[in-house]
Design a protein around this ligand. Sequence first.
Ligand SMILES: [Zn+2]
Length: 206
Amino acid sequence: MSRPGRPKGEHRSAQRAGNSINPPSRSKGEHRSAQHEGSPVSVAAPGAESADLAFMRAALAIAAEAAARGEVPVGAVVVRDGAIIGRGGNSPIAHNDPTAHAEIAALRDAGRAIGNYRLPGCTLYVTLEPCAMCAGAIMHARIARLVFAARDPKTGACGSVVDLFAEARLNHHAVVTGGVDAEASAALLGAFFAARRRTEPEASPS
Ligand SMILES: [Zn+2]
């Protein structure tokens, strides 16, 4: 039985329906995973910060496209050797698919691009802290590094709710950097939810 009062169906159950997207308190908090101390990946090369910003801007552009489709604005890109090999925007509503998060879409796109279900040596940039599902997919893909923008205090699995990348019993650990262009991502999400509250006043914040 469908519930009355939600004729357009379950926007609130779409990805990251929370309204309280906070920029991270540690703006450059490189929160290293427990393993791989001394991994060369963890040492920022000259210009690494500006490269991170440029790729995050690409992910933010995809997030803005998602917002234009009425999806929660989250975007992701997969980068290998300095080039984007996969892109994905959040689209669970359009696809009636709870797994259609930006990270999953970007991983699939990258996998198809290189003909491999594993993406070793790749970096995934995403505009919002990944959830547990996406953290799992990132691990299965063997992503070497994860860079995200805003934190998600409701579903974030990189330290906000749980920290799966610090879980030593899981066998793959990406190096995680949070807070890259967090303010821009938080602003995009904030504007999206503010607009939705104006058009769906009955949908009170959870
Ligand atoms: Zn997710």
